[in-house]
Ligand binder design. Structure first.
Ligand code: IMP
Ligand code: MG
Length: 182
């Protein structure tokens, strides 16, 4: 049954499943010779995507996490990127890092992270996002792997939240406007 706060489903469970399987196959193909592929999960929004994606990747992977924030409390971006939690691994010299992100909006988070990880000495840094809102870019940025391009709408579910809610929905949906106005 549809959550009562959701106006409509934008990406169904079936489409998410097909998309994650397709991206995993692309990663398998591109990283078949990698010795230290690190999937870097950007908390918290990417945990569901990360979990589904890593199960479908067959090349050897290591995982790590970072927590960053560029968003304020609601749906409006603050324009600054803060590192709240850094990766556990310190020596990145042998690592091919693939950043796993839930959604690209302004592009600030990913462009900042790519620079940060290169400065830390990573062997290579690439980016993978489940959802992309290209019409919202403030910073020029093209991810290496993209799941689905979506229009300029605020979405929740499959890890994505509004004020920390709705992350556990199994699909990506658009909230009813009255939810924001509360
Ligand atoms: P960017 O730095 O503006 O590209 O922002 C990316 C981050 O903003 C994502 O990782 C999300 O945490 C958050 N974000 C952007 N759009 C949405 C949305 O529609 N729903 C939920 N979170 C979003
Ligand atoms: Mg995020």
């Amino acid at each position: 049954m549809l959550n009562q706060d959701v106006e409509r489903i934008l990406v169904s469970e079936e489409e998410l499943d097909r998309t994650v399987t397709r991206i995993a196959a692309e990663i398998d193909r591109d990283y078949k010779d990698a010795e230290h592929l690190v999937l870097l999960c950007i908390l918290k929004g990417s945990i569901v995507f990360m979990g589904d994606l890593m199960k479908r990747i067959t090349v050897p992977v290591e995982i790590d996490c970072m927590k960053v924030s560029s968003y304020g409390a609601g749906t409006v971006t603050s324009g600054r990127v803060n590192i709240m939690l850094d990766l556990v691994r310190a020596d990145l010299g042998e690592c091919d890092i693939l950043i796993i992100e839930d959604i690209i909006d302004s592009g600030r988070t990913l462009s900042y992270l790519v620079d940060y990880l290169k400065l830390k000495g990573a062997r290579s840094v690439k980016t993978c996002t489940l959802l992309d809102k290209p019409s919202r870019r403030v910073v020029e940025f093209t991810p290496d792997y993209v799941g689905i391009e979506i229009p300029d709408e605020f979405v929740v579910g499959y890890g994505l939240d509004f004020a920390e809610r709705y992350r556990a929905l199994p699909y990506v949906g658009v909230l009813k406007p009255c939810v924001y106005e509360k």
